[in-house]
Write a protein that binds this ligand. Structure first.
Ligand code: PGA
Length: 258
């Protein structure tokens, strides 16, 4: 299967910079049209990015987070229904750590997102300390314990993002990622029917760039990537997709014209 590329722009790009990024995508339209892409701009840029991308229907646009409430008196926050989006990221480690979001909060957000948007990305992953103490699988168990019994025909993406790999340039070995993905895969297999499992994808995130993307692509069970800083730099993101176009032409029999 060809990989899905989710670009988490965090707070890297303002509205003008986001639109500049999108206009550059149109300069290399054939490349950007050939891949399944998800873009998560700052909330303030979602509307204009969506509008600018309306002729690239393969590119989905989402929110980086949503509130636990669906509406009401919550100054400065954004509910999942505040704007029409295709997707939402829930439980990113920056939310868990900086905003002290615990499983109870993340569960509520997950529920809101799953009932509202087409696909939801739930981020899971251990800190360096937890890894050193061999706690990775216990942490993953706890983070997956909030999954609902039914997905109501919505897509769920579980992104394995070891906290120590995010923004550090450290990428775990493919064997290590493969082992954790297979653990997650077994956990969801015990929770969902085969039909529901078709709606679940597994991603990896943490320092993915043009140098690591090809070798990571060979990891069994991996459906896509959640990419932070390299996705907000147009050249770097374009290079990731170019590398993958070459990779797909060899391993997935896609046509390759550069
Ligand atoms: P990074 O971030 O690619 O900059 O490491 C990934 C993420 O936080 O989703």
């Amino acid at each position: 299967m060809n990989k899905i590329f989710a670009a988490n722009w965090k707070m890297y790009l303002n509205e003008e910079e986001s639109l500049d990024f999108v206009s550059k995508m149109f300069l290399n339209k054939s490349l950007f049209l050939s891949k399944e892409i998800m873009i998560f701009p700052s909330h303030t840029a979602i509307s204009s990015v969506k509008n600018a991308l309306k002729n690239m229907s393969n590119v989905k646009v989402g929110m980086q987070d949503c509130d636990i409430e669906m509406g009401g008196a919550v100054t400065g926050s954004n509910s999942i229904s505040s704007i029409s989006v295709d997707s939402c990221i829930i439980g990113h480690s920056e939310r868990r750590i900086i905003f002290k979001e615990d499983e109870k909060i993340i569960k509520q957000k997950l529920e809101n997102s799953l009932k509202t948007v087409e696909s939801t990305i739930l981020c899971v992953g251990e800190t360096l300390n937890e890894k050193k103490q061999n706690e990775t699988f216990n942490v993953i168990d706890k983070q997956l314990s909030i999954l609902p019994r039914s997905l109501n025909e919505k897509k769920l993406i579980i992104a394995y993002e070891p906290v120590w790999a995010i923004g550090t340039g450290l990428v775990p070995s493919s064997d290590y990622i493969g082992e954790v993905l297979s653990y997650i895969n077994n956990a969801i297999k015990s929770l969902y029917s085969n039909q529901m499992l078709n709606e679940v994808n597994l991603f990896y995130g943490g320092s993915v760039d043009e140098n690591s993307v090809e070798s990571l692509s060979a990891i069994p069970l991996l459906d896509g990537f959640l990419i932070g800083s390299a996705s907000a730099d147009f050249k770097k993101f374009e290079n990731i997709l170019k590398k993958m176009r070459w990779y797909d032409s060899i391993f997935n029999n896609d046509t390759y014209n550069n």
